[in-house]
Design a protein around this ligand. Structure first.
Ligand SMILES: Nc1ncnc2c1ncn2[C@@H]1O[C@H](COP(=O)(O)OP(=O)(O)OP(=O)(O)O)[C@@H](O)[C@H]1O
Ligand SMILES: O=C(O)C[C@@H](O)[C@H](O)C(=O)CO
Length: 336
């Protein structure tokens, strides 16, 4: 049992709130960005990648966010529409804000990094006036992403969305998505992450992201089980801790734990693993699969995406994911 409840009578399956950005992925791999001359443009932003992945798997999806009033903003909106993602709650900034950019460097499959331009970005200007209670109430689930908590008014918009979710029994997935570039103080980061996590039913993050949250309370370095137990005293029913190439481990409030290995991948780049994991994990859970199966599907989706150049474009369809599962064996690396 995963303990999560989804109201079947909702128009949408999952709505994400947060950033819609642009990835510019280096075309010349095997070298530092100082020597990279060309990039390929993709839609990016962790919550955008996750919702695109969920839509690709056949879920009824929507997005609450803010775009820059420029060509990049229009490119993103048309991409969402192409994937059947409801964009009625994606508004446009009129103050001259820009689209966040993530330049990615692929020095080797193990040495990838992201240079993020996050100043004066439209996504962090989403405000409470742009959060529709009725829209959130029309969805079974809400996906929030940590970076949207980094600045006001986006921060308050997310907490209002969480309040509407609570009021209308909308299940909350919290992908921690900690990006240091967007924060100014470790303590502030931990405070807001903890406040949001207390209102979430399923929390997904890496060991390092949970450590960041626990540093504030001098709990950092707690083991995975202690980390999970901390959130069951709040709203959480499910906590998933990701360990990169060592797999992931999930804990449910009923005391069970689930380990997942990985699927062998011809790794081109490692970023995108977390977003693809989350999209297939959410799809599987909301399809009624077990936690173990959802983690297995998350791992499989991650292996597919890290073997491809992009994140959003690389998200597999349900047919691709199931074909991958039929033809590949999970390596039970197991999380620490
Ligand atoms: N080298 C790898 N080979 C196969 N699977 C991997 C590899 N790295 C990560 N994964 C899979 O992806 C999942 C998520 O990866 P990770 O723990 O790196 O999360 P993340 O840091 O959020 O990812 P991202 O790099 O996208 O931010 C892992 O639990 C695992 O299932
Ligand atoms: O989330 C970001 O802003 C960067 C992403 O667009 C990028 O694809 C990535 O890091 C995925 O995890």
């Amino acid at each position: 049992m995963n303990g999560l409840q989804f109201d079947p009578d909702r128009r949408l399956d999952v709505v994400a709130v947060g950033r819609l950005c642009i990835d510019l992925n280096a075309n010349e791999t095997g070298r530092p960005m100082e020597e990279t001359m060309t990039f390929t443009k993709y839609v990016g932003g962790s919550p955008a990648n996750i919702i695109i992945g969920a839509a690709r798997l056949g879920m009824r999806t929507g997005f609450i966010g803010k775009l820059a009033d420029d060509q990049m903003g229009r490119f993103i909106r048309s991409y969402l529409r192409k994937d059947g993602i409801d964009d009625s709650q994606v508004c446009v900034d009129r103050t001259g804000a820009v689209t966040g950019l993530a330049f990615t460097e692929i020095k080797s499959p193990q040495e990838c990094s992201i240079l993020m331009y996050r100043d004066h970005v439209a996504d962090l200007l989403l405000n409470t006036e742009e959060i529709s209670e009725a829209y959130i109430a029309s969805s079974k689930a809400l996906l929030i992403s940590g970076t949207a908590l980094a600045q006001s008014p986006s921060r308050e918009a997310v907490f209002l969305a969480l309040e509407f979710a609570r009021k209308h029994n909308v299940t909350v997935f919290f992908d921690l998505d900690y990006r240091p570039y967007t924060w100014t103080s470790a303590a502030e980061t931990a405070v807001y992450y903890n406040l949001a996590a207390e209102k979430s039913h399923c929390i997904i993050g890496t060991r390092e992201e949970f450590d960041m949250m626990e540093n504030l309370y001098n709990l950092a370095g707690a083991d995975d089980q202690a980390t999970a137990a901390r959130w069951f005293s709040h709203q959480a029913e499910l906590v998933v801790i990701k360990h990169g190439g060592s797999g992931s481990i999930g804990y449910t409030a009923d005391g069970q734990s689930h380990r997942s290995g990985i699927f062998p991948a011809k790794v081109l780049k490692t970023f995108g693993a977390g977003d693809s994991y989350a999209s297939a994990f959410i799809h599987s859970l909301m399809s009624g699969h077990s936690v173990s199966e959802a983690m297995r599907r998350g791992s499989a989706s991650a292996s597919i995406v890290i073997s491809r150049h992009s994140c959003s474009d690389a998200m597999p369809t349900l047919e691709e994911l199931e074909e991958f599962l039929r033809t590949n064996e999970e390596v039970t690396a197991g999380a620490q």
